[in-house]
Design a protein around this ligand. Structure first.
Ligand SMILES: NC(=O)c1ccc[n+]([C@@H]2O[C@H](COP(=O)([O-])OP(=O)(O)OC[C@H]3O[C@@H](n4cnc5c(N)ncnc54)[C@H](OP(=O)(O)O)[C@@H]3O)[C@@H](O)[C@H]2O)c1
Length: 280
């Protein structure tokens, strides 16, 4: 199948593209910059530079290439700016969906997040409401997610992967990543906030499998949601960083997330827990 991967040079895309070609797919790898390392480039991948905010250029690429499916991995977090990320979720997704619909692309698989659910007891499933009532600054993120998911649902076939917090190569959690630096500096405080993690390789595997999954959202998280009071000291130990300060006050609005639906669809994480493996 010919698949256009938007955001192919990012943390998931770099792992996903070779997985797709190994399975016999042809990939149009789209981002604004040429990859710095094309040693592994092979004939099944064609790199294309385009800015998703340039609608007419995007449309001409779709008209020329006519992909059968689109994988949407666009994020704008390089500067850790949630407003920029909400903008690409909103306007970038709008442009991508319009271009895909214009040439009758059948299927889109898109990246969303697993931490947009409303607060409450028990693990959130895909039937749990998103946190529509969130106030700023969280509202910026929720609005971006709602806009992205709404646009992707306009595609004839659409699967939305609500990913957990990514760790592994290239992420903020690797040894020299942005989160690691905050922990080395002793600036990250362990609270009761719950995180559902996801290794970047397991994220990529889910995108491959989701090409044939039914419509709708699917949570892609590991089996081991944990409070920062538990995972952060372990992460600091792995890094060789100082033990973090603790704040044991209860934290609202964070909850565990269930991966039961993904498991029922046949996805099994190779990294079922973050324990001892943050730097893997
Ligand atoms: N679920 C999660 O926890 C999660 C999800 C995503 C990212 N992150 C974190 O965020 C860190 C870095 O963020 P990132 O935003 O660089 O994410 P990224 O997922 O590593 O990359 C985003 C992708 O989108 C492309 N892109 C961005 N703006 C574009 C535009 N206007 N037009 C076309 N393509 C565009 C980028 O390529 P170009 O820049 O070349 O255009 C890149 O291929 C990661 O290392 C990871 O730790 C976490």
């Amino acid at each position: 199948m010919k698949i256009l991967v938007a955001g192919a040079s990012g943390v998931i895309g770099r792992v996903l593209v070779p997985m797709l070609t190994t399975r016999g797919h042809d990939v149009i790898a789209l981002s604004r910059h040429n990859p710095s390392d094309t040693r592994n480039q092979e004939s099944r991948v064609r790199y294309m530079m385009a800015d998703v905010f340039d609608r007419s250029n995007l449309l001409s690429i779709f008209e020329r290439e006519c992909p059968a499916a689109v994988i949407h991995l666009l994020t704008d977090l390089k500067e850790q700016n949630s407003a920029a990320n909400a903008r690409i979720r909103d306007i970038g997704t709008r442009n991508l969906v319009d271009a895909a619909k214009a040439v009758a692309v059948n299927k889109m698989v898109a990246q969303s997040i697993a931490w947009a659910y409303e607060g409450g007891e028990g693990a959130a499933t895909e039937l749990t409401a998103l946190d529509y009532a969130a106030s700023l600054p969280r509202k910026t993120t929720i609005d971006g997610v709602v806009s992205l998911e709404g646009a992707v649902k306009e595609m004839p076939k659409h699967t939305i992967l609500r990913l957990g917090t990514l760790y592994g190569p290239g992420t903020w959690y690797e040894r020299h990543g942005a989160v690691a630096q905050t922990v080395y500096d002793g600036k990250m405080i362990a609270t009761g906030a719950i995180t559902s993690f996801l290794h970047v390789v397991d994220a990529a595997t889910a995108f491959v499998q989701a090409l044939v999954w039914p419509d709708g959202p699917v949570n892609i998280v590991d089996d081991d949601p944990a409070s920062a009071l538990v995972w952060l000291p372990e992460y600091a130990r792995e890094l060789g960083a100082p033990a973090p300060l603790r704040n044991e006050e209860p934290v609202l609005k964070t909850r565990a997330v269930s991966n039961q639906k993904a498991r029922d669809l046949g996805w099994t994480p190779a990294h079922p827990s973050w324990r001892g493996g943050f730097l893997s």
